[in-house]
Design a protein around this ligand. Sequence first.
Ligand SMILES: *[C@@H]1O[C@H](CO)[C@@H](O)[C@H](O)[C@H]1NC(C)=O
Ligand SMILES: *[C@@H]1O[C@H](CO)[C@@H](O)[C@H](O)[C@H]1NC(C)=O
Ligand SMILES: *[C@@H]1O[C@H](CO)[C@@H](O)[C@H](O)[C@H]1NC(C)=O
Ligand SMILES: *[C@@H]1O[C@H](CO)[C@@H](O)[C@H](O)[C@H]1NC(C)=O
Ligand SMILES: *[C@@H]1O[C@H](CO)[C@@H](O)[C@H](O)[C@H]1NC(C)=O
Ligand SMILES: *[C@@H]1O[C@H](CO)[C@@H](O)[C@H](O)[C@H]1NC(C)=O
Ligand SMILES: *[C@@H]1O[C@H](CO)[C@@H](O)[C@H](O)[C@H]1NC(C)=O
Ligand SMILES: *[C@@H]1O[C@H](CO)[C@@H](O)[C@H](O)[C@H]1NC(C)=O
Length: 326
Amino acid sequence: MIFYLLLLILLINFSNCTNNLIYSITSNNLPSEGQIINIINPINNDILFNKTIVLGCVINGIASIDESEMTATVLCDYRDLIMINLNNGEFKVIGSVYSLLPTFASKMQQFIYSDNMIYLPVSTKNIDNLSLFSYNFNSNTFFVNLLSTKDYNYTVDGTSIGGFDYNINKMYILYSSDRNNSNSNLISFSVDDISNTLTTYESIENLNTWLVQLLFTNNQGDLYALYGNPETLSFEVCLFKLQSPLQNNSCSYVFSIPISQVNVSFSYLHAFLNEEKQQFTIVLLGENNSIQFNTYFISNFTIVNQYNINNIWGNSNIEQTTYFYS
Ligand SMILES: *[C@@H]1O[C@H](CO)[C@@H](O)[C@H](O)[C@H]1NC(C)=O
Ligand SMILES: *[C@@H]1O[C@H](CO)[C@@H](O)[C@H](O)[C@H]1NC(C)=O
Ligand SMILES: *[C@@H]1O[C@H](CO)[C@@H](O)[C@H](O)[C@H]1NC(C)=O
Ligand SMILES: *[C@@H]1O[C@H](CO)[C@@H](O)[C@H](O)[C@H]1NC(C)=O
Ligand SMILES: *[C@@H]1O[C@H](CO)[C@@H](O)[C@H](O)[C@H]1NC(C)=O
Ligand SMILES: *[C@@H]1O[C@H](CO)[C@@H](O)[C@H](O)[C@H]1NC(C)=O
Ligand SMILES: *[C@@H]1O[C@H](CO)[C@@H](O)[C@H](O)[C@H]1NC(C)=O
Ligand SMILES: *[C@@H]1O[C@H](CO)[C@@H](O)[C@H](O)[C@H]1NC(C)=O
């Protein structure tokens, strides 16, 4: 009896600290080889789940993970929204759209997922325009918005990165300015009324979009960028100061995280936001072939936790991309 009581308490405790688990989905470019899902307890390096599932498509990223239901929702082949049961690997398609295929350069992008919508800034070879792909899995429809940029040239494709203020459905897209490589431009708009709210802020100095890993907002709506700085060998966070579309726009340094390498060549996303969007995690190569997960509060940039776990993913398998979540 007491034993069962203890077991029950253990189980309750375990489900209470599911927040501390690390989820990884490794996406194989060959759908027939399957998509690999791992769940790891970073405290003791225990692999709690390791399963290869054949979805018949290639996962493009994790939309969300519901830890109470133990399900992962992923976008597959830029077409299907699929819910995977993380207890047994069973899955079902919960939405499907007919869409164009985006063209990217090498920079990995994380799409924005909110209210059954997926937003993805991409290039469709439009000089002077960026394209925003919107997937609506409520109505199973797909839409492309052309966003006028004044100086965007698709030949410098792959350098845009999106951010989202989940409190007010406001989207930001940072892209490299064609006029000056060391500067960036920023588009902002409300996804509910794009044409009336579109604003472009030009010439944000000394922000090279190639090095930017993440755009995020705090609860007050302040916009930040996380980027690798090869000169100081650190990841840095800057706060956007946006004044007028044409001038005096900047992103000022606020915080720095020393690292041993800036552009590690592994095929993971280097940073991601957690489910509540109030923390971000930076993924780095640690010592002894370990992978380090450093999670910070967005509100004050203090560290939430830091874990070093065994590298079970390999370093630079270009046939695969690993998406993390924690
Ligand atoms: C996961 O399972 C596969 C197939 O059973 C195995 O080859 C692989 O080594 C396992 N991975 C880990 C990290 O244990
Ligand atoms: C760019 O988008 C605008 C509408 O936002 C459109 O009028 C224009 O034709 C587009 N340019 C190109 C080159 O497609
Ligand atoms: C786009 O960029 C390429 C390479 O930098 C350049 O050769 C081309 O002239 C540019 N096109 C426009 C329309 O600016
Ligand atoms: C590009 O912008 C930087 C400031 O960010 C400035 O120092 C540099 O002179 C500019 N280069 C050109 C070609 O305008
Ligand atoms: C931009 O900054 C310059 C000097 O730093 C100042 O003279 C100018 O008024 C500012 N412009 C705007 C629109 O704030
Ligand atoms: C970053 O990666 C590029 C391309 O892989 C490489 O040429 C460059 O040397 C790397 N820089 C650093 C600081 O590692
Ligand atoms: C890495 O491995 C070396 C040799 O096995 C060991 O001395 C060192 O403490 C390890 N470092 C960490 C951070 O585990
Ligand atoms: C930082 O913010 C988090 C939540 O936003 C809070 O729990 C934590 O106590 C804060 N830490 C410090 C040192 O202020």
